[in-house]
Design a binder for this molecule. Structure first.
Ligand code: NAP
Length: 535
């Protein structure tokens, strides 16, 4: 598969095209540069200037939506399976792009690329059993009045608009396909807007799927470059699923047209995720080892550029020194450098802007905490520190939970975490909740009753809780890994969104209608529908 199939080469710079209105299009001169974060070299350019986004949305709605909604869930599930196969066959190419444009090691790229293929396969499999249905249903018809023939049923009708998916830079593959899988399955066409800095991978994957001719016309579009006036043309029936920073999420929510028309919006934003060591866990115990390993893994995978990564390490005050030393010992062994070298465990951040932002963030954290690990003689392997976006893994330690307010406010989107001592379990839960609403937290303890208590105490402020006792220490899927079968999202600061969650995720792309009618009418609707909760 040629990497440049849909990319123009002009003046030696690759130009990413957008697939809109059923054809490849390129924006006017200018736009933003995509770089290799290891070397600083320019890789491509993306511009959306002058593209007719109103027409593109109309085409998706009128052509793509109409075509998709003629298909049953079972037929759409087959399409997802075929997309997964096409993507699996291009895996090596995707890994190469992820290395060049995102600075990914093979392990990093696997989370993004294999995660996207796995998610598509998962939905292809679980949706196959929905068969010929084209509607959703919630429960069974219920009697509403004295006349037993008068009944009610909640039915989900697929939205007749377009799903605009706006994604963050850190998961150009997974972010694209985890959203598209659910949307396409629901019968709603997708217009994907990857983050410009890493759009190359998303664009090549879409190109491969379009070329394979799997999807009906208009079902899948991609906009490379800035969003321009995209949101201005949204209307009733459209949805926006956004992943990115809290600030951008807020500006989308406040967009006048979106507000006035109540366009449905799902926000996945940033998060100050915590890992909590139970009061019972002794240093050098098995549970302690699992905890320390997980923190280090979360700090270093994708150089800490994961929305779910552990930022706050909550530990009993008397264990803070031991935890700091144990994490530092593992961080010392992490090899940072050019991800092309197989010895390297951690690559650069995505670009120099992110490096500066993270360095500034470390400075701000440092004002209220001290370094527990920070290599003064940092020198990335096979790379030039002046040109590459490298930041060393950095561990800080706060004097106390109440001394370091900034730890609960500032998301430093890199390989950075802070150890925060707590007094007792109530104080630990209170500190975890100070994140203001988080995507994920993990709690490590030998005491399953404590883990269950923590689950309830942290439940209102978290979207996902990983409760680890040593019996699952080696078998759990990880603090930061989002699973297609479970809901992804978190309250408050994390955006208040919900994605995935198996077939429950389909509801976001359907209008839930309270249908009232005779038993025969509702039986007819029930026949055309399926209940995701029952599958
Ligand atoms: P970002 O700067 O907010 O950008 C996210 C996306 O929004 C990009 O595609 C960006 O396009 C687009 N965008 C920017 N301004 C926009 C506007 N006014 N209207 C519509 N779209 C707009 O975030 P990022 O730097 O890419 O990603 C890092 C952040 O994402 C971190 O805070 C991280 O925690 C969060 N994140 C959250 C999750 C989650 O699932 N909750 C997952 C991953 C990342 P351009 O690139 O063209 O500017």
């Amino acid at each position: 598969m040629a990497t440049t199939v849909k990319n123009l080469m002009a003046s030696d710079t690759k130009v990413l095209q957008s697939y809109l209105g059923g054809k490849w299009q390129v924006g006017a001169e200018g736009g933003a540069a995509l770089v290799n974060p290891t070397t600083g070299d320019a890789l491509a350019r993306a511009s959306s200037r002058g593209l007719d986004l109103k027409s593109a949305l109309e085409y998706s709605r009128n052509v793509g939506g109409a075509e998709l909604r003629q298909l049953t869930f079972g037929q759409r599930a087959e399409l997802l399976g075929k997309i997964a196969d096409v993507l699996a066959s291009g895996r090596d190419e995707w890994f190469e792009i992820a290395r060049k444009n995102s600075g990914n090691t093979k392990a990093d790229a696997s989370i993004d690329v294999d995660g996207s293929i796995g998610t598509l396969k998962y939905f292809a499999k679980i949706a196959a059993k929905l068969g010929n249905a084209r509607l959703l249903r919630d429960g069974a018809p219920m009697r509403l009045a004295r006349d037993a023939n008068f009944q009610g049923l909640h039915v989900g009708v697929p939205l007749d608009g377009v799903a605009v998916h706006i994604n963050a830079f850190n998961f150009p593959a997974w972010g694209l396909w985890e959203k598209a899988a659910v949307s396409l399955l629901a019968g709603v066409p997708v217009l994907a807007k990857p983050a410009t800095s890493t759009a190359w991978l998303a664009q090549e994957m879409v190109s491969a799927v379009i070329e394979a001719g799997i999807l009906p016309p208009g079902a899948l579009s991609i906009l490379c470059g800035s969003p321009n006036d995209l949101l201005d043309h949204l209307q009733l029936g459209d949805v926006v699923a956004f992943t990115g920073s809290a600030d951008t999420g807020e500006s989308i929510r406040q967009h006048k047209g979106i507000r006035q028309q109540n366009v449905r919006v799902n926000i996945e934003a940033d998060s100050l995720n915590a890992a909590l060591l139970g009061p019972d866990v002794a240093p050098d115990s098995v549970a302690f080892g699992f905890f320390v390993r997980e923190v280090v893994r979360e700090m270093t995978i994708k150089a800490g550029q994961k929305c779910t990564a552990i930022r706050r390490v909550l530990v009993p005050a008397e264990r803070a020194a031991a935890v700091g030393e144990a994490i530092a010992a593992l961080l010392r062994a992490v090899v940072v450098g050019d991800p092309a070298n197989p010895l390297v465990n951690m690559g650069p951040l995505v670009n120099m802007t992110q490096r500066k932002t993270v360095e500034e963030g470390i400075r701000k954290l440092k004002a209220q905490a001290e370094f527990a690990y920070w290599p003064e003689d940092f020198s990335p392997m096979d790379a030039n520190l002046e040109k590459g976006a490298f930041v060393p893994p950095t561990l800080l330690k706060a004097r106390s939970g109440s001394d370091a307010a900034i730890v609960n406010e500032l998301e430093v989107f890199g390989p950075v975490a802070t150890v925060v001592p707590y007094r007792d379990k109530e104080n630990a839960f209170e500190l975890a909740r100070r994140g203001g609403g988080s995507l994920a937290a993990s709690v490590f303890s030998n005491d399953t009753a404590f883990l269950a208590e923590a689950g309830v105490a942290l439940g209102t402020t978290h979207g996902r809780l990983l409760l680890v006792d040593p019996s699952i220490g080696d078998s759990h899927t990880g603090h930061g890994i989002v699973l297609p079968s479970l809901m992804h999202g978190g309250p408050g600061r994390a955006g208040g969104g919900e994605e995935l969650g198996g077939l429950h995720g389909l509801w976001f792309y359907h209008q839930r209608v309270a249908m009232q009618g005779s038993a025969a009418t509702l039986a007819s609707l029930a026949e055309q529908s399926c209940d995701p909760a029952a599958e």
